[in-house]
Write a protein that binds this ligand. Structure first.
Ligand SMILES: *Cc1c(COP(=O)(O)O)cnc(C)c1O
Length: 464
């Protein structure tokens, strides 16, 4: 076993990494020059690096390690399943116990009539499934011209061709010829950045009504579905105004358009309920899940779909699937993760203990001279950095310059907080304690102080 005590020296590990390992969403040249920080082990909410430093992980890995690191029950279940049945497919008239039991469990947990599960390996490919599923659904209902999916600028739905096409990240579209045909976009409900003089409530309604305008523009008979994250995660933890989702639901109902909730981050307790759709009061026809489904211990994702969609799709052969759809080890691990969430009352902890405590401590950061808004829903939060709170102005420097500096200060102070442009985001493991939240927020404040000091010295603490 490689441990902090016996692995190669850090500089050698960094050199190997630089020579051979290509990092996702990273400028290779930059990380290779600076050297990656090598994470060697983790327990609870604490990471350990190759130098023996302990880092408080405010991002639950990548929005996924919700039960915390190092749970031996998960390792035991995985080992047992590997011994019993490491793999079998579910393509050709066969099934196996972990897949069918996990499908049943997800049907129980999911709201409404979302009772059917199509497995994938993560969120991106589950969204690819959704594209093909909704288009096949309408084709089977003799409306093949209904193939347009409406999504939102600055939404994130993954990095495959389909997932990145559904997502509204312009930097992703720019590489590789995206989006695929038949995807249309409306603006995001980001009041801080785009709300102007409107109240959040007015703005939320206005942004939702863009969906109706877009449907009319395309022609209602051509629109298959709308997709959105209940709360945008990778876009900067954008918590929409309360007026937004009810209006989206009304419009989807009015035009008979399928509603896809991408629950990859919000699902499994992140907002204090099983699903973000429940927190936002919506009734999706399909939910995309991944990340928290297995707490990141193994890759797995899924589309959870309604009785109606499963029935219509079931009338034909759906020519779609992944070798590892419903992988037995991944399903067994997910089931154990869900057992832990339930039996250890993790959602109650988010709702009644950690969530309220984080909200209180986090909102104190709004007093900091560098911080505009500081918001939390459940255990996901963000702060908007700004040179001018009153006008919500962006910085004169390129977007992300200050956020990057802040993130560097956080990392130096041994906390993980990500930056999305000039927003800082957090989504700690759901099992984080109040003491750990205090440590985190204290270090975040120190990092903000250091960031402010640096950007003042650099002369970039000024509005655009
Ligand atoms: C992470 C994420 C995805 C993509 O999931 P992968 O497992 O990385 O493929 C899709 N949707 C949302 C909302 C996500 O946060």
């Amino acid at each position: 076993m490689t441990t902090v005590a016996n692995h190669l020296p850090t500089t050698e590990l960094q050199a190997i990494d630089a020579a051979h390992h290509m990092h996702p969403f990273t400028t290779g040249k930059e990380i290779n020059e600076n050297g990656a920080r090598i994470i060697t082990s983790a327990k609870g909410v604490w990471l350990k690096d190759s130098e023996g430093q302990e880092i408080l992980d405010g991002m639950a890995g990548l929005w996924c390690v919700n039960i915390g690191y190092g749970r031996p029950e998960i390792a035991d279940v995985a080992a047992r399943q590997m011994r019993e049945l490491p793999f079998y497919n579910t393509f050709f008239q066969t099934s196996h116990v972990p897949a069918l039991m996990l499908a049943k469990k997800l049907a129980e947990l999911a709201p409404g009539d979302l009772n059917h599960v199509f497995f994938a390996n993560g969120g991106s490919d589950a969204n690819d499934t959704n594209i093909r599923m909704v288009r096949t659904y309408w084709a089977e209902k003799d409306q093949p011209e209904r193939d347009v999916i409406i999504s939102r600028w600055n939404g994130y739905h993954g990095s495959t061709i389909g997932g990145a096409s559904l997502g509204g990240m312009k930097g992703m579209h720019a590489q590789g010829g995206l989006p695929i045909p038949g995807i249309e976009f409306i603006d995001e409900p980001n009041w801080w950045a785009e709300g102007g003089d409107q109240t959040p409530e007015e703005f939320g309604l206005a942004r939702a009504r863009q969906l109706e305008e877009k449907i009319k523009e395309i022609g209602p008979e051509k629109v298959a579905a709308f997709i959105g994250e209940p709360i945008q995660g990778a876009g900067g933890v954008i918590i929409p105004p309360a007026t937004y989702w009810p209006e989206i639901q009304r419009i989807c109902d009015k035009y008979g358009i399928l509603l896809i909730a991408d629950e990859v981050i919000c699902g499994f307790g992140r907002t204090g309920n099983w699903f973000g759709s429940q927190t936002m009061g919506i009734k999706p026809d399909i939910m995309t899940v991944a990340k928290g489904l297995s707490a990141g211990y193994v890759p797995i994702g899924a589309s959870i779909v309604s009785d109606e969609i499963a029935k219509v799709i079931g009338d034909t052969e759906f020519n779609h699937g992944y070798t590892y759809s419903g992988h037995p080890v991944a399903c067994a691990v997910a089931l154990e993760n869900l057992r832990i969430l339930e039996e250890e009352n993790v959602l109650e902890h988010v709702r009644n203990v950690a969530g309220p405590h984080l909200k209180k401590r986090w909102e104190e950061l709004a007093e900091h001279p560098l911080v505009g808004e500081a918001r939390v829903e459940g255990l996901m939060g963000s702060i908007a950095l700004t040179p001018d709170k009153a006008t919500r102005a962006p910085f004169a420097a390129d977007a992300g310059t200050v956020g990057y500096i802040c993130r560097e200060r956080c990392f130096a102070n041994n906390i993980v907080m990500r930056h999305v442009g000039d927003r800082m985001v957090i989504a700690p493991p759901l099992v984080i304690t109040c003491e750990e939240i205090d440590i985190f927020v204290d270090r975040a404040r120190k990092s903000l102080d250091e960031c402010l000091e640096k950007i003042r010295a650099d002369g970039i603490f000024k509005a655009a």
